[in-house]
Structure formats: structure tokens, C-alpha cells
Design a protein around this ligand. Structure first.
Ligand code: ADP
Length: 151
């Protein structure tokens, strides 16, 4: 095969990859936890985004590094401030499903200018009830792309 054909096949293959095969473990925090605990957790887990869940374990919000920084600048008592106050909450969370493609995920990341997407299983769409089962980040997409191209 010539080089162009080979590259086209690789790109075609990349565009068929599904979220299920690449998703990482989601790092979750209770929405009642403090901003202080959120900051500790984001360092300990070495991630850029935390997913907040309610008492039932359902997705309630997303907390990014900048959300935590913003909260830390303006507030003295980070122990008393729950992450639920600073998170981006449902129904404004952009999510992705296991069966969706990595291309779908890449588009959502770029269009919404965000770093990560919670991978969710829908429990009840009317009430925006979702279970978080993974995460897709810009790193996930970059890794998958390299694997496809270099193989
Ligand atoms: P950072 O804020 O650290 O640069 P992001 O670019 O991912 O990280 O986040 C930008 C803003 O978008 C933050 O306020 C964050 O809460 C929000 N955000 C991040 N991921 C999502 C998502 N999947 N759906 C909706 N909002 C999100």
C-alpha cells in the first residue's frame, strides 16, 4: 500500500473507535464535600476535573481546576464551602455515552471548550439522572490518536 492509502485507513479506523474501549476511571467527590477536600483530591488523584455526585451516586456537577482556583481566591474558609456551590451543575453538563465514538467526544470537547467529559449511563433523562461510569479527556483522545497512527 502506498503511504497515503495507509494513512487514510488509519484515520478511518480512528474515527470508528468507541468511548467504551478508551474511557478511564471517573474520579468522583460527594457534592457536599468541601472545596478544600476537592483541592486535596485533585492533587492526590492527579486529574484535572472532578465529578460531583449526590447521595444516590448520580452525577450532580463538574469541578475543574479553574473552578477551584476561583473559589480559593475569593474565600478564606474553604473547609466550610461545599463544592456544590462552585461546580457546573446539571443540566449544563456535557456528557458522552459508552457507545458514542471518540470522534463524537473530541467534537464535544472542542465545541464546548472543556477538558473532560463524564461517560454516563442514562437512568432517567427527564430528570437528568445519570450514573458516572468513566471519563474521556483530551489526553484520552491524543493517546488513542497516537496509538492508531503509530501502529
Ligand atoms: P479549567 O477550568 O481548569 O480550564 P475546563 O476547561 O475543563 O477546565 O473547564 C472550564 C469550565 O467548564 C469550568 O467552569 C468547568 O466547571 C466547566 N466544565 C468542565 N467540564 C465540563 C463538562 N463536561 N460539561 C459542562 N461544563 C464543564
Amino acid at each position: 500500500l502506498n503511504e497515503d492509502t495507509e494513512m487514510n485507513l488509519k484515520v478511518a479506523k480512528f474515527s470508528k473507535q468507541i468511548v467504551k474501549d478508551y474511557k478511564a476511571h471517573p474520579i468522583v467527590i460527594q457534592k457536599s464535600a468541601s472545596v478544600y477536600d476537592g483541592i486535596v483530591q485533585i492533587f492526590l488523584e492527579d486529574v484535572g476535573t472532578l465529578y460531583a455526585v449526590d447521595q444516590n451516586g448520580h452525577l450532580a456537577g463538574v469541578i475543574s481546576r479553574k473552578d477551584l482556583l476561583r473559589a480559593a481566591i475569593g474565600n478564606k474558609n474553604l473547609d466550610d464551602l461545599p463544592v456544590s456551590v462552585i461546580m457546573t451543575r446539571m443540566p449544563n453538563i456535557v456528557t458522552i455515552k459508552q457507545e458514542d465514538t471518540l470522534m463524537d467526544a473530541a467534537k464535544k470537547l472542542i465545541q464546548n471548550r472543556i477538558d473532560s467529559l463524564p461517560v454516563v449511563r442514562e437512568i432517567d433523562s427527564d430528570s437528568h439522572t445519570y450514573e458516572v461510569i468513566g471519563r474521556i479527556t483530551k489526553t484520552t483522545i491524543t493517546k488513542a490518536f497516537l496509538e492508531m497512527i503509530e501502529r
